[in-house]
Each structure stands twice: as C-alpha cells, then as structure tokens.
Ligand binder design. Structure first.
Ligand code: NA7
Length: 553
C-alpha cells in the first residue's frame, strides 16, 4: 500500500491516507503512519498546528487535566526533554509544546495549512476517497481519517440583532492571534461554561465594567494552579512509563484518586472532610471522592450541596450567589469546570451578573444588549457560547459514498459508530475519538494515542492481508450503540441538558454521545476485538468487481 503512489502531479497523486486536522490527533497520526510507511497528507484549516490549542486563545485558557498527564507518552525522549511549567498548562504553553512536537518529528512538511476540507467522497468502485477543499482542490487517498476534534465547531448564539452589534465581538474559540485589549472597556461575556469561567476573572482585571450574561450556572471547582515543583517533575520523569501505563488503566485516563467507597452510608462529617480535602487539593479529582456520585441522586446531591455552600461562602451578594448556584442538574452531568478565582470575581465592584433565567436577552441593538429588565451598554462582547460537540466538525464536511450514502443521513437520529472508530455504510473512514468512544470523558491525549495506534495497526493489517476496504458491520455497530446507551442510562449524565447529549444545539438529536464505560474497559474491548480478527468489522466485504480487479501493492 505504501507504494500506491501514482505518477502525476501532487494533486493527482494517490496517497495512502488523508488526515483531516493537525491537533494532538493529526500530528501523532502523521508521525505513526509515516513510521509505518504510509504516504500520508494532513490537511488543516488553521495556519499552524495545535487544533483546540491553536483556536482557543482567549485569556485564561488552560487545560483542566494536569500538564504532567496531558501530553504524549509515545516518545520517552520527548517526555524527558519537555518540562511543563505549571500544574495546569496554559493555552500558549500547550501550543508551544505541539509546535515543538511538529519540529522535533519533522511534521510540518506533511501538513497543508490554511486549507479547510469541505467534502470527502468515497468511490465504491475504485475504493478511493476524493477529498475536496474550500479552495476547490481535490486530493485522493485510499483511507480518510478524521482528526477533527470533539469540541471544535463553535456555536454562535442566535440572538436577534447580533449581526448588527457595533462593538468588537469574539467567540472564545475564534480568538484573534494578536489578542484583545479590554483595558477601560465595558465588556459583556455571554456563557458560563468552562471557557467563560476561565476568561471572566482575566477580563474582569482589565475591563472597566464586566457584565456576565448567564443562562445556566455551572458547577466549578478550584484549580489551585501553581508552578510545578522541580522535584515533582523529576519524580514523574523518573517513572513516566509506569505512570502512563497506570493512567491507561483507569476510567478517565487520569491518575485521580478513585474512591471505591459510596457516599451513601458514609457519615456526613467524614464526607464533608473528604470533599474539603479534595476542594483544597484542587481539580476534577473532587468528582471521584465517592464511587456513587455519578449514579446515585442522593449521593450526587451531597457533593452538589458542598459546592453550593462554597459559592454562598465566597460570593458576598446573596442574590448573585443564589444565581450562581446550579440547582437543576446533577453535579458532573454537565462537564465540571475548573477555575481560578471565578466565584470571587463577582465580589469585584466592576463585575455584575445578569441571570438570563429571570431576565432573558431580547435583542442586541447598536452597542447594547437588551434584556427583559433593561439595556446594558457595552463596547465589546465575548461569546463563550460553546460548540456543536462531537458531531459538529464531522457533519460540517459532506462525507458520502458514490452510492449516495451520506454521514448526515446515517447519523440523522444521532451518531452511530462501532467503537467510535468507524461507521457502518462508509468504508475506509476512521474517526479519532469519535462519538461512542470515551473521548471527552477522558484525558483526550490518552484516548487519542490509543486510537492512533489502533488505526495504524489496523491499516498495517489490511496491507498485510492485501485488503482494500474495511467498515463496521451494521450488527456489531447496533450492539455497540445499544451498549453505549445502556451504560449512559445507568448514570445521572443524561439528566442534564448538556453538550454531551447535544442539548445545546437546537434540533440536534438528544443522544448521550461518549462511551461512559471507562478508558480501561474501552481499550480492553478494542484489544479483544483485534485479537478476535477484527470482530465486528467487514474487511473486503461486498467489494465491487472493479475494486477486486485492482492490484494491491
Ligand atoms: P459550554 O460548556 O457549552 O458553555 C457554553 C455556555 O454558553 C453555557 O453556559 C451556555 O448556556 C451558554 N450559552 C450558549 N448559548 C447561549 C445563548 N444563546 N444565550 C446565553 N447563553 C448561551 O462551552 P465552553 O466553551 O465553555 O466549554 C466547552 C468545553 O470545552 C468544556 O466543557 C471543556 O471540555 C472544554 P446553557 O448551559 O446552554 O444554558
């Protein structure tokens, strides 16, 4: 397969693989596939590598997984030579890391930047993909891998008049590279998910006036971010392979303190002390204090009460404090936020909160946001309004077969995949951290490394077999989708109107999209399926005579 390159121009060359996206997934794919001898082209919409960490440049942007764990494990040299500065890395630091990876492994020459893919069409007769870009160029390849990210298609709010806003307006995920100067400005932030919660304390320090427009309050735990101590870094570097292996063997791909004790049955003072210990330690480790918080309503309420009490303690104005307390969904069922000084920011004299449940936005006129209770004059507007998560970036590309099967139709009732890796009806299309895999419920780097290794091994196996096509068996896919749904329905997750279920996008089918069974169980299943000869995948099934006739190099 590696020799499948046909003579002709670069444009006409038949590649082995086209990868869409040059974030954590696309970069590692290029490295692995190249190493395995596949002629690979990466296509990236941005002007540089980085994916999520290229686009999300808003002030305060940080990862909520600790930096020592949110990094590649595939190269011992890389993990020894790179030193993270803070417990939770900032966006510029992660971007610098990915730029370093691109340089170190000579990846940039395999990436076409500033190029957005608009369609990918699989010709069933020849088993060849034609991938077309916004500029109208077409590239051909045997396999297409979508490394387009789970949280990458931004959502703009549909507010009357927003298009006529006369001030400066930015979505957190499309932030200008040169930065934004809030000094002395009246700023509005719409949205209080992870992005809003990270940006708000930073914007408040510069702006003359910050007004936060909140539709749903979020549960947030303190990050307790700090510079990393040299001895801790040395300890990790001395033991990295074992730590990485241990992380892969956990539910979320992170070395949290996973409790095996239920909150129900634990005396209240013991529970409070344990929540307090984790609150002081910082980070999402808080959610793993007891093993029933994600499943038992009563247990969940105990953790939620603890956080609500912290909000009441921190925010001096009781009305604002009340508005900031989430009450209508379980803690953790919407992705928990990790903040630095978020709730305390509302004690600043230049910050105010508009509770949109009480006074919804009616329209935007000129330089003002109008709500049911009045006008808010502003100079700048920050939209921290989230993403069409998990499916948005995939469905933005017209993915289809020559026979007329489209991804859009196949996923009309919600995404359907086998292991999150392939979808029945579209051969030779792989997804990295697709819906139906642990993806957003896990340390993304751990899941990405798994999927990349799995896909590379799979392509190598197809090559060894001389096989041309592979796709998910519809029956195996049905069973997997049923399993994913069954696991989710045993938890409190589906109770929240979250992006996990597509509830933030009007008209999007309400389906719990990620696999909640854990990174450990998922990776074990993927291994077993390979050991059973790629059980549940159709390899060279129903190949057309034309495809059969093609020589496999
Ligand atoms: P999120 O978590 O989806 O948050 C988006 C926020 O924007 C959320 O508070 C929304 O309220 C709010 N929103 C969305 N549309 C509107 C309109 N029209 N009016 C008012 N408020 C609105 O996105 P983030 O970027 O913060 O984080 C995404 C993930 O990235 C995060 O979970 C991490 O994994 C990294 P709602 O809750 O829909 O009522």
């Amino acid at each position: 397969m590696a020799n499948a390159t046909a003579p002709g121009t670069d444009q006409n060359r038949l590649r082995d693989v086209i990868v869409v996206g040059a974030g954590f997934a696309g970069l590692y794919l290029l490295h692995r596939l190249r190493g395995a001898g596949f002629d690979t082209q990466v296509i990236e919409a941005g002007s540089d590598v980085g994916g999520t960490w290229y686009w999300n440049r808003y002030p305060g942007a940080r990862c909520d997984v600790e930096s020592l764990e949110y990094s590649y494990s595939f190269s011992e040299d890389l993990q020894q030579e790179w030193s993270w500065r803070e417990r939770f890395a900032t966006q510029p630091e992660i971007l610098a890391y990915l730029q370093h990876v691109a340089e170190r492994f000579d990846l940039r020459r395999g990436i076409r930047f500033n190029t957005r893919v608009t369609s990918a069409v699989f010709d069933e007769a020849s088993a060849i993909w034609t991938v077309t870009t916004e500029a109208g160029d077409s590239l051909k390849a045997r396999f297409c891998i979508m490394a387009t990210g789970s949280i990458s298609a931004p959502r703009l709010p549909d507010i009357p008049g927003i298009g006529d806003f006369r001030g400066e307006m930015h979505h957190t995920s499309r932030w200008p590279k040169e930065g934004v100067d809030f000094t002395g400005k009246r700023v509005a932030v719409i949205g209080t998910g992870s992005s809003g919660i990270q940006a708000i304390p930073c914007i408040a320090e510069a702006a003359s006036q910050l007004t936060v427009f909140q539709r749903t309050p979020a549960f947030s735990v303190p990050a307790r971010n700090a510079p990393l101590a040299a001895d801790l870094v040395a300890q990790w570097k001395a033991d990295y392979p074992a730590k990485r292996a241990a992380a892969r063997n956990t539910r979320s791909g992170v070395l949290h303190e996973y409790s095996s004790t239920p909150a129900i049955g634990t005396p209240a003072p013991v529970r409070t002390a344990e929540f307090e210990r984790r609150w002081v330690k910082g980070g999402t480790n808080f959610l793993y204090a007891y093993n029933d918080l994600g499943k038992n309503e009563e247990a969940n309420a105990v953790a939620a009460d603890f956080v609500r009490a912290k909000i009441a303690e921190t925010v001096t104005d009781p009305r604002t404090a009340r508005s900031l307390m989430p009450t209508d969904y379980p803690i953790g069922a919407k992705r928990i936020c990790v903040d630095s000084n978020y709730f305390a920011t509302y004690n600043r004299p230049n910050v105010s909160l508009v509770d949109l449940r009480e006074t919804p936005i009616t329209r935007i006129t000129g330089n003002a946001i109008e709500t049911a209770s009045g006008r808010h004059e502003i100079d700048m507007m920050v939209l921290a309004t989230g993403f069409d998560a998990m499916t948005g970036a995939l469905l933005a590309i017209d993915i289809r077969t020559s026979g007329g099967t489209t991804l859009k139709d196949l996923w009309q009732g919600g995404p359907r995949t086998y292991l999150g890796l392939m979808t029945a009806g579209i051969p030779n299309l792989f997804l990295v951290t697709g819906p139906g895999s642990p993806s957003v419920l896990s340390n993304m780097v751990v899941s990405i490394e798994h999927d990349v290794a799995w896909i590379t091994a799979c392509l190598t196996e197809l090559q060894a077999r001389g096989a041309q096509t592979m796709q998910a068996d519809p029956d195996a896919q049905d069973s997997w989708v049923a399993h994913v749904n069954e696991l989710a329905s045993g938890t409190l997750y589906p109770r929240a109107s979250s992006w996990y279920v597509g509830a933030n996008v009007p008209g999007k089918p309400r389906v719990f999209m990620p696999y909640i069974g854990g990174v450990d169980a998922y990776q074990r299943t993927c291994r077993e399926i390979v050991d059973a000869g790629y059980r549940g995948f159709l390899i060279d099934a129903a190949r057309s005579p034309a495809a059969n006739a093609r020589a496999v190099s």
